[in-house]
Design a binder for this molecule. Structure first.
Ligand SMILES: Cc1ncc(COP(=O)(O)O)c(C=O)c1O
Length: 396
């Protein structure tokens, strides 16, 4: 058994698995790595990738350049606002009528900002909040997908229909014509760079194609984003221009048109972020499952574990056994609803009641499975804090 596994087992000897764990020392090392890749730009923290208020508070207090939250639903945004959080940017359009009505009652200058990308979205806001106490602050989203084959194929998240300076200016003029809304900023997320590792395991050709696509796309985005920002700023001032994610901090931060970046996943460093050639993060979030059976010499069966990540279904969305090293999921069983067998030489030394530590493929989704998360520092468990679920919140 490795020293690292023994250290974890010693630290967690008072805890009953299953439990979630965040290694704060690894998380702060990841924060430093991300701040270094961000030049001197501020990083807005993606709340969906953290999903614990206590951890969000710790992250925001950790460094002056970690500031503001990028939120994922309007009810979450209003809940955080109710708990005193400010500088909130909701990064996904909302169809939450009641939430918009509540947002419309907030008058303060720093009221949360919501995302729009078309006139139908503006109409929806106008119907939900016909007479807000103060104009609803909106951010327009720009599509930064990478066009191939003269635009017949587009790589990247399918988000906004706005791609050109003209289209962005047309939407801004529409915002200006409406008394119930005001322009607060512009956001563009290059998910095919920020969220796609360029070093997939055992796929060298695939890796070369990804690297070519990401280099070409980053160059195209840099020019187009600057042109859109210039055109929009000539019509209406932009309070913020947000871009990037954990995997693109080093490229997006080089764009003068971008005023702030976003990152969330990099704090926990789930397995999907192991596959980037430009940076290394330390696994910070994990979960422990107890060994409940030993069906064979090189097999240990764990309780629970079927915590698949969202996205196109594939093996890379499954949790990965982490410690002790040398364990793998059984390809025929994967990660099960109630039981997960793990196989390999390291299973031989495992006894019923020992823990196996696993990592999730994505960041915040792990905390939808646990009401609390234990925090570890310098080899000791130092605190236990609630997840969103632990506070009774289930936003998505
Ligand atoms: C708009 C936007 N910005 C940034 C991110 C990056 O978040 P993370 O750093 O957690 O991958 C995301 C994630 O999906 C996003 O939707």
């Amino acid at each position: 058994m490795t020293d690292e596994y023994a250290r974890l087992e010693r630290a967690c000897s008072g805890l009953q698995a299953p439990f979630a764990l965040v290694d704060l020392d690894a998380m702060w090392s990841n924060a430093a790595e991300m701040l270094a890749r961000s030049a001197d730009k501020p990083i807005r923290v993606a709340s969906k990738s953290v999903r614990s208020r206590a951890l969000l508070d710790k992250i925001l207090a950790h460094h002056p350049r970690l500031r503001g939250l990028m939120t994922f639903t309007l009810s979450e945004t209003l809940w955080l606002h109710g708990h005193g959080h400010r500088d909130l940017l909701l990064a996904y359009p909302t169809a939450d009528r009641l939430g918009l009505a509540e947002l419309g009652r907030i008058e303060s200058h720093d009221r949360p900002i919501v995302m729009v990308d078309c006139s139908a979205g503006l109409d929806f806001i106008a119907r939900a909040v016909p007479s807000p106490a103060a104009p609803v602050r909106v951010c327009i989203e720009l599509d930064v997908g990478f066009p191939l084959l003269r635009g017949r194929v587009k790589l990247g998240p399918k988000r906004s229909p706005i791609r050109t300076p003209d289209a962005a200016v047309a939407l801004v003029r529409e915002i200006e014509r409406r008394p119930g809304v005001e322009l607060a900023g512009l956001m563009a997320y290059e998910g095919h760079i920020a969220g796609l590792g360029d070093s997939p395991l055992r796929k060298p050709l695939h890796a070369r194609a990804i690297r070519w696509m990401q280099r070409a796309s980053a160059a195209e985005i840099s020019e187009r984003r600057a042109a859109v920002v210039e055109a929009v700023s000539a019509v209406s001032p932009l309070g913020l221009v947000n871009g990037g994610g954990t995997g693109s901090l080093h490229t997006t931060s080089a764009e003068p048109a971008v005023s702030e970046l976003t990152a969330g996943s990099g704090f926990y460093a789930p397995t999907l972020f192991d596959r980037y050639s430009a940076f290394r993060l330390r696994p910070a979030a994990m979960f422990a499952l107890p060994v409940v059976r030993r069906p064979g010499a090189r097999v240990a069966t764990l309780l629970g574990g079927g915590y698949h990540a969202s996205g196109a279904a594939g093996r890379d969305r499954l949790p990965e056994p982490y410690l002790p090293a040398g364990l793998a999921l059984d390809p025929l069983e994967g990660a099960g609803e109630v039981q997960t067998p793990v196989k390999g030489g390291a299973a031989e030394a495992l006894a019923v009641g020992d823990n196996v530590y696993l990592r999730h493929a994505k960041a915040g989704e792990l905390l939808e499975r646990f009401a609390s998360v234990h925090l570890m520092s310098r080899g000791e468990v130092v605190d236990e804090v609630p997840s969103y679920r632990g506070e009774g919140q289930c936003f998505l």
